[in-house]
Design a binder for this molecule. Structure first.
Ligand SMILES: *Cc1c(COP(=O)(O)O)cnc(C)c1O
Length: 367
C-alpha cells in the first residue's frame, strides 16, 4: 500500500522535523557518559522553583480536564502585557499556534512569504498546507525586509518574520520593522515570531504589542519554551486583534494546553528572579563565546538570542561529529541551507567552557 499516495497534497514532499540529538541517544551510540547538549535553545537553568511548585500544586487535579480557556494564565498575561484577554490565544507550544494560523487562514495555492535561513517550521507548514513558499534571499544571514515587502502579491496570505531570527540570531530594529509593517497591505497577515524576545535588551526590543492597535493584521507569537524554561511542557501564546483570535478559537482544539503547562506558565510569568538570572547568564556566556571565536579568528553571527551561530567556511559535519565524540552536542544547520555553520545554544558556565575547550581541541587537531 502506498500510504504517501493516500496522504493530502503537500505531505509527500514533507520531511520530519530534525530535532537536536538527545543526550541519551548519543551516550547509547558511543558508550560515553557526561555528555552535554547545547542544541535546542533550551534554558540551561532547568525548571524554575516557582514553576515546579505550581506543577506540584496542580498534580491532584490531573484526573480533570484542563481549563479549555486558560483563564488564569490569560489573565496573568493580559495584565503583564496590558492587553485584553480576548486578544490572547494559548497553544501547545507556539509551534501549534503557528500551525493553527495556517490551518485557519492559509489554503492551497496561496503564497506565504518568509526569509531564507529562518525557522524551519514555516517551510514545513507552508508545504504541509499546499501553499506556495516565497522564500526571500537573506541579507547578511537575516531578513531582507525591503525584498520581503516587494515579494508580496495579490496571492500572498501570510508573511512570517522571526526576530531575533532562528537559526542565525540576527535582529531587526524597531525602525526597520515598523517601516515594514506600514508597507504590508492590511489583508496580508503577519506573524511576528518573538520566541527569543526576552533576551533582547529592553531599550532595543520592538514594541510589537503597541503596534497591534495600528496593524490589525499583525500576530505576535511568543513562547514559554526558551527564557521561561518550560520547553518540555509545551506552552506558547499569540497576541492579536480580538476578532482574529476569535476566528482562531473556532479551529483550536478545546484542551490544547494541559493543566501542568497552564499552571507552570502562570507561575513562570511571575518569576522575575528566574527570568533575570536566565537573561543575565545568557549575556555573560554569549560574551565568552564571542571572545573565543574572536581569539581564534572564527567567524560568527552577532546574536540577540540564546544561541550563537559560527561559520567554519567549510563543511561543518566533521567538526560536529568530532564534538559528539567529545560528548558535546551542538546543532548542525545544513537543513537550513547553512552547511558550513553550527549553532550552539548558550548553556551553563561550565558547559560553555567545556564546549569551547572541545571545539579548540578538535580544531587544533585539524578536523
Ligand atoms: C523555539 C522556537 C519557537 C518555540 O516553539 P515552541 O513550540 O513554543 O516550543 C518558536 N519560534 C522560533 C523561531 C523558535 O526558535
Amino acid at each position: 500500500m502506498n500510504y504517501l499516495a493516500l496522504a493530502n497534497a503537500g505531505v509527500e514532499k514533507l520531511h520530519p522535523y530534525q530535532p537536536g540529538k538527545p543526550v541519551e541517544e548519543l551516550e547509547r551510540e558511543l558508550g560515553i557518559s557526561n555528555s552535554i547538549k547545547l542544541a535546542s535553545n533550551e534554558n540551561p537553568l532547568g525548571l524554575g522553583a516557582k514553576a515546579r511548585a505550581a506543577i506540584e500544586r496542580a498534580l491532584p487535579e490531573l484526573a480533570r480536564y484542563p481549563d479549555a480557556n486558560g483563564f488564569a494564565l490569560k489573565s496573568a498575561l493580559a495584565e503583564k502585557l496590558a492587553v485584553n484577554t480576548d486578544q490572547l490565544i494559548l497553544g501547545n507550544g507556539s509551534n501549534e499556534l503557528i500551525d493553527l494560523v495556517y490551518h485557519t487562514f492559509v489554503s492551497a495555492g496561496q503564497q506565504v512569504v518568509y526569509s531564507q535561513y529562518t525557522f524551519i517550521v514555516y517551510a514545513l507548514a507552508t508545504q504541509g498546507h499546499g501553499a506556495e513558499a516565497v522564500v526571500v534571499p537573506a541579507k547578511d544571514l537575516g531578513h531582507d525586509l525591503d525584498a520581503m515587502a516587494a515579494a508580496i502579491t495579490e496571492r500572498t496570505k501570510l508573511v512570517c518574520i522571526t526576530n531575533p531570527n532562528n537559526p542565525t540570531g540576527t535582529f531587526l530594529t524597531k525602525a526597520q520593522l515598523s517601516a515594514f509593517l506600514a508597507n504590508v497591505p492590511s489583508q496580508v497577515l503577519v506573524i511576528l515570531d518573538e520566541a527569543y524576545t526576552e533576551y533582547v535588551a529592553e531599550d532595543e526590543r520592538h514594541p510589537s504589542i503597541d503596534w497591534l492597535a495600528q496593524y490589525p493584521n499583525l500576530i505576535v507569537s511568543r513562547t514559554f519554551s526558551k527564557a521561561y524554561g518550560l520547553a518540555g511542557l509545551r506552552v506558547g501564546y499569540m497576541v492579536a486583534h480580538p476578532e482574529l483570535i476569535s476566528v482562531l478559537n473556532r479551529v483550536r482544539e478545546p484542551f490544547n494546553c494541559n493543566s501542568l503547562a497552564l499552571a507552570a506558565a502562570e507561575a513562570a510569568l511571575g518569576d522575575t528572579e528566574y527570568l533575570n538570572e536566565a537573561v543575565g547568564l545568557n549575556q555573560r556566556e554569549m560574551a565568552r563565546y564571542e571572545a573565543f571565536f574572536e581569539s581564534q579568528g572564527i567567524s560568527y553571527v552577532k546574536s540577540r538570542a540564546n544561541f550563537i551561530t559560527l561559520d567554519l567556511k567549510r563543511d561543518a559535519t566533521p567538526v560536529y561529529d568530532a564534538l559528539l565524540r567529545e560528548g558535546v552536542i551542538v546543532r548542525p544547520i545544513a537543513g537550513y541551507g547553512l552547511p558550513t555553520c553550527l549553532r550552539i545554544s548558550i548553556g551553563l558556565e561550565q558547559e560553555n567552557q567545556r564546549c569551547i575547550e572541545a571545539l579548540a581541541k578538535v580544531l587544533s587537531q585539524g578536523v
